[in-house]
Design a protein around this ligand. Structure first.
Ligand code: ATP
Length: 638
């Protein structure tokens, strides 16, 4: 096939062994990748490029991988690009000797500043061309740009971007600008980069040439699985890639392991719509029901040096938000405990009445510069898992064993640190009673988990070994949706001065685009509406992003567009096929999308980035499961 041919080929124009990888070689690969939508082909192009990097300039492999992922360091360090459009337009204008107005005018037609920059550079003649850009120098400058803060930061950033742009050739401006915007949009995600990196490593070894086609395919698949597993436990390319180059794929799991101080991606649960569905799934397995607490996920790490870190569901460092947890935790673990990683939920707690408070209370807690003395909202930590203890990863142990370890090494301190409440029974009435108790106690519902078989901790996976049963599901569509706000409609009457409604979108990971799914106008309090105006107006944009998929009809076109920054949790009555909305188009219907009926606003999801919104394929799954369960045919939206 073409894909396997490309896999064996090396990119035509290579560079000298030992020298830095030219940025142009990376951009050529990006161009090829952008021209196809076939996943296999994309992996093959990237594999071929990375193989060359390993052969000629292994010292640049980390930089190449970061640029492919459009990152400037480990995700959990939170350093991001995403330079504003106005700064970038000024930089493009300066570097190409054009006016900002003319760049803006081209942008209005073209829609993509990267392409405008490329076209503008193309017309330009340079007398003394600067030396070609290299992958490592580009990454270094991007890191420097991201680190600039303070009063004259805009001018400093523009100067650095300008310098890069002046040195750009051919298609380099396009990808450079897109990297600076924080969105490369060529179809490369970790899902593709990890297997390509694994394949490149395997194909770089001489032994592989002697293998049969079948054996080689198997080896590539195994390598990709190993690398993915290692990355899920230690998501840091600065550590993984040098080890990969030194010890190969086979030596990697031994060298790169889960370690306190590096947050692993949490295991996620599958939604279910009824207790019968849970019992059917776990028919021949032992399982446990736990309260599903309604707060914020907190992965708590104790490092060997005695320091402590708390990370969010998103691997964001929450330590500055929870100094109270950091102070009280040393009281809860026993003296023989030297290091650990716990999976917990931090929940708002009423110290007088000794009870859980709703999530809305927790969301009023300050996120930054918190001092213990100023804390208004107290929290209690509910621990439900332990993933590492005293130098040992526990992810492959069963939940039964992990729970034993948790109970053995930690003490409960009421109102400060408690184990998640649990119950084991296969009787549907017992489970229903436990669910009712959970809901009465201000919990969201239950988490039902396998206990002894198929009961390991699966980092980053939405696993069928963890099922969530929310009280709302039992009447609704199975789960709430986490959607991105991309547009606003000016309010009228009582809502004058606020937005009266919003346009929401889900995220399509394959196409890297936001697809509209519904208009939303209910569920808001007056405070919510006032808060949305303040927060969203900071992210107004003149026109929709080129990666928004929507239908331009008078009924749908919003008065104001927003950058994709806020994620909202939405409840809906059901889903229907829609001629206007684009969500999951092509997945359930060839040329119609899916939309939510009767959506209601529940809350802002501070802990999710836009790209972690409900995906198009999840929308398609919800739609399909609804069609299976409902007696009538799904409704057509009007
Ligand atoms: P998802 O992560 O599935 O997209 P989400 O972030 O909205 O969705 P939920 O669907 O609410 O998460 O369910 C999983 C979350 O429930 C966990 O991330 C965790 O924060 C919380 N949680 C509360 N109690 C437990 C528990 N006992 N076990 C596991 N998770 C729990």
């Amino acid at each position: 096939t073409t894909a396997s041919k490309a896999l064996m080929e090396t990119p035509g124009s290579s560079w000298k062994s030992g020298s830095s990888v030219p940025y142009s070689a990376l951009c050529k690969t990006f161009e090829k990748i952008e021209d196809t939508t076939k996943r296999l082909q994309i992996t093959a192009y990237l594999t071929a490029f990375l193989k060359e990097v390993i052969r000629l300039s292994p010292q640049d492999l980390v930089a190449c991988v970061y640029l492919c992922l459009n990152r400037i360091g480990p995700e959990y360090e939170g350093k991001e690009l995403g330079i504003g459009e106005s700064i970038l337009m000024k930089a493009v204008a300066q570097a190409t000797g054009r006016t900002t107005q003319s760049i803006k005018a081209d942008m209005d037609i073209e829609g993509d500043l990267g392409s405008v920059a490329q076209a503008s550079k193309g017309n330009q003649k340079t007398m003394f061309p600067p030396p070609p850009l290299t992958v490592s120098s580009v990454l270094k400058t991007l890191q420097e740009i991201a680190a600039i803060t303070g009063t004259s930061s805009q001018a400093l950033k523009i100067a650095k971007i300008n310098k890069l742009l002046v040195a750009c050739k051919d298609n380099e401006p396009k990808y450079l600008i897109r990297s600076l915007e924080g969105k490369l949009r060529i179809g490369l995600a970790e899902l593709t980069v990890l297997p390509a990196l694994a394949h490149a490593c395997v194909l770089s070894t001489s032994a592989v040439k002697k293998l049969s086609e079948e054996r080689r395919t198997l080896l590539l698949a195994e390598a990709a699985a190993t690398l993915k597993h290692v990355y899920n436990e230690l998501p840091n390319y600065d550590e993984i890639i040098p080890a990969l180059l030194k010890y190969g794929i086979d030596g990697l799991p031994e060298k790169c392991k889960l370690r306190p101080g590096v947050p692993l991606k949490p295991m996620l649960a599958h939604p279910t719509k009824s207790l019968t569905e849970v019992l059917n799934r776990f028919e021949n397995l032992t399982f446990t029901c736990e309260y599903k607490y309604d707060g914020e996920r907190a992965q708590i790490h104790l490092l060997e040096d005695g320091s402590m870190k708390i990370y969010s569901r998103n691997s964001e460092n929450l330590s500055p938000k929870y100094p109270d947890i950091m102070e009280s935790l040393p009281k809860v673990f026993k003296s023989n405990v030297k290091s650990f990683v716990l999976d917990c939920e931090a929940v708002a707690w009423d110290r007088e009445k000794n009870c859980i408070l709703p999530f809305q209370v927790l969301s009023t807690r300050k996120r930054k510069d918190v001092t213990t003395a100023d804390i208004q909202v107290q929290v209690c930590v509910f621990a439900f898992d332990i993933l590492f203890l005293n130098g040992q990863a526990l992810t492959t142990s069963t939940l039964k064993r992990r729970r034993e370890m948790l109970y053995e090494h930690f003490n409960e301190v009421p109102g400060i640190f408690t184990f998640a409440k649990h119950m084991e029974s296969t009787d549907v009435e017992d489970i229903q009673t436990f669910l009712n108790l959970a809901v009465e106690g201000n919990c969201e519902g239950l988490m039902v988990k396998t206990l002894e078989h198929e009961a390991s901790y699966e980092p980053s996976k939405r696993s069928r070994n963890w099922l969530k049963v929310k009280k709302d599901y039992l009447s609704g569509v199975g789960d709430t949706f986490d959607l991105v706000v991309i547009g606003g409609y000016n309010g009228r009457g009582k809502r004058t001065g606020w937005y009266g409604g919003f346009l929401l979108a889900c995220y399509d990971e394959d196409k890297e685009e936001y697809q509209t799914i519904c208009k939303l106008g209910t569920g808001f309090t007056e405070e919510d509406l006032a808060q949305h105006v303040t927060a969203l107006n900071e992210h107004k944009i003149d026109k929709p992003k080129p990666y928004y998929d929507w239908t331009d009809t008078p009924g749908l076109r919003p008065d104001v567009w927003f950058e994709p920054v806020q994620v909202w949790e939405i409840k809906a009555a059901d889903l229907s096929i829609s001629p206007t909305h684009k969500a999951a188009m092509g997945l359930v219907h060839a040329n119609k999308g899916v939309s939510l009926r009767f959506p209601r606003f529940l809350r802002i999801r501070e802990d999710k980035k836009a790209e972690q919104a409900t995906t198009a394929s999840q929308v398609a799954d919800f739609y399909r499961s609804q069609s299976i369960n409902s007696t009538s045919a799904p409704l057509e939206d009007c």
